[in-house]
Write a protein that binds this ligand. Structure first.
Ligand SMILES: [Zn+2]
Length: 184
């Protein structure tokens, strides 16, 4: 797994966020930002108000869209931060690394806020173990199964500039492009 070592000036990055009243603006495919490797967070972020606000805004955005997760890069903030939810429980993950995956795979439908209207069946591991720092900077590990495993896998992919289309064949990608055209 690729690691980035250049440090992030969080304050500078966070002031660039464009906000609507409640929702964060979602970067839409094919914006090339979505292909970028997100930068590692090396600051002491727990006490940075804008950082905590970003997390709260991401959660609002997830709930408003009925989504299961969102990565910071999807709101134009190039840092390794993802938020996923399991019903009402939110997991805020800074610098998440997937440390174990099952060989057993699930094949289920998923969507992505950067691909409005698109829902495709994607093959993903049935369980994943992810290590990360929580919003307070504490080291955590989570073993996720089912839809949570799928959400973690999808969002951690985003931090590496990897989109769910990379798990699709040519025909499926074609279908995605057609759906996106309809939604424009
Ligand atoms: Zn996505």
């Amino acid at each position: 797994m690729q690691m980035e070592t250049n440090e992030v000036n969080l304050t500078k990055v966070l002031t660039k966020i464009q906000r609507r009243p409640d929702l964060l603006e979602i970067v839409q495919y094919p914006n090339e930002i979505l292909n970028m490797q997100s930068r590692l967070v090396t600051n002491d972020f727990a006490k940075i108000d804008d950082f905590q606000q970003l997390i709260a805004d991401m959660e609002n955005t997830i709930v408003s869209y009925g989504a299961l997760g969102l990565s910071a890069i999807q709101v134009g903030v190039n840092i390794q931060l993802v938020v996923v939810r399991d019903n009402k429980q939110f997991y805020r993950m800074v610098n998440p690394i997937i440390t174990k995956v099952s060989s057993e795979m699930d094949y289920s439908k998923e969507g992505c806020l950067s691909f409005p209207g698109v829902h495709m069946r994607i093959r993903r591991p049935s369980f994943v173990e992810v290590k990360y720092l929580d919003e307070n900077g504490q080291s955590k590990a989570l073993v996720a199964t089912g839809m949570l495993a799928r959400a973690v896998s999808h969002e951690v992919d985003h931090t590496h500039g990897k989109l769910f289309t990379s798990h699709m064949n040519a025909m499926e990608k074609e279908k995605v492009l057609k759906t996106l055209k309809k939604f424009k």
